[in-house]
Design a protein around this ligand. Structure first.
Ligand code: BEZ
Ligand code: FE
Length: 286
């Protein structure tokens, strides 16, 4: 081969041949996605020119990601999360959201079977941690209350661990529950102040990030899922705005609208209060 031109031509021909084969695909959107992916992968290979050993290391990494994925652990989701891909998908799907509270990823620790609890109930089942009172308001985009919305709440304990990560150490359903907002869209509960945490370091994603010198920190936060008929279900976080790691979230989920103030209650320095307000977009919102 005298210069690079014939190689580039044969590479283009490869992509064209692939596109031609895809022409017969029945699922158009799927075929479009696969073709775009293959085109970008070919470009990447051309740009980076990996050696066969490097390419084999990449395949080894992807194999490890698969081996670390099962019913309890989802390394593929973690990979998409830490690369910012999950947050980008969320952001693009709500580009015209106006005043609606931003959606964020639910993460792997959500459980759809959390118990229904009466207004004001305590989520903390082991009595450990600094007490936190949450008062919430659910509104539509005009600010009018949405009555009877279903509000699910889950969060880590003070050490940054979810109950389903520590089935032997925390009571089942510790720090999670489902509430129903009242006629004026309000709900309240008692819980404890969550701690921030590190994403898992022991899997291929954590090991990759450590090799790259990238952080795996998540600032302290509480997850909420709010559902009401006629409205888009909102899945979001409220972050502790005073957490020192607030500017370093490994998942890029921190947004100004999602910063909460964990305010000390006067005369009770060990007790905190958090007020949250969520604006839901109508189901038909673009
Ligand atoms: C979480 O916030 O619970 C979470 C989200 C994505 C990956 C790991 C944890
Ligand atoms: Fe979390």
């Amino acid at each position: 081969m005298v210069d690079g031109a014939p190689a580039a031509e044969s590479q283009d021909a490869l992509l064209e041949a692939f596109a031609e084969r895809l022409g017969a695909a029945r699922e158009e959107r799927l075929a479009q996605g696969v073709l775009a992916l293959v085109g970008r992968l070919h470009d990447l290979i051309r740009d980076l020119r990996p050696t066969p050993d490097e390419f084999s290391a990449v395949l080894g990494f992807l194999t490890d990601v698969g081996h670390n994925t099962d019913a309890r652990r989802q390394e593929w989701v973690l990979l998409a999360d830490v690369l910012g891909v999950s947050t980008l998908v969320e952001d693009l799907s709500q580009s015209a959201r106006g005043r609606a509270t931003p959606s964020t990823i639910a993460g792997p620790f959500y459980r759809p079977d959390a118990p229904d609890l009466p207004d004001g109930a305590d989520l903390c089942r082991d009595g450990r941690g600094q007490p936190l009172d949450i008062a919430g308001q659910i509104s539509d985009l005009s600010g009018a209350p949405i009555p009877q919305a279903v509000v699910e709440i889950w969060h880590a304990n003070a050490q940054g661990c979810y109950e389903n990560q520590q089935p032997d150490l925390q009571p089942e359903f510790n720090l999670r529950g489902r509430f129903r907002a009242d006629a004026s869209g309000r709900f309240s509960c008692r819980t404890i102040r969550p701690g921030g945490y590190m994403l898992p370091k022991d899997g291929p994603v954590g090991i990759l990030f450590q090799r790259l010198g990238l952080g795996l920190e998540r600032p302290a936060h509480i997850h909420f899922r709010v559902a009401a008929p006629g409205f888009r279900t909102l899945v979001t976080h409220v972050f502790d705005r005073d957490d020192p790691a607030i500017g370093r979230d490994a998942l890029f989920a921190v947004k100004p609208e999602l910063l909460g103030e964990f305010r000390p209650v006067s005369d009770h320095p060990e007790r905190f209060a958090l007020a949250v307000r969520f604006f839901l977009a109508p189901e038909t919102h673009p």
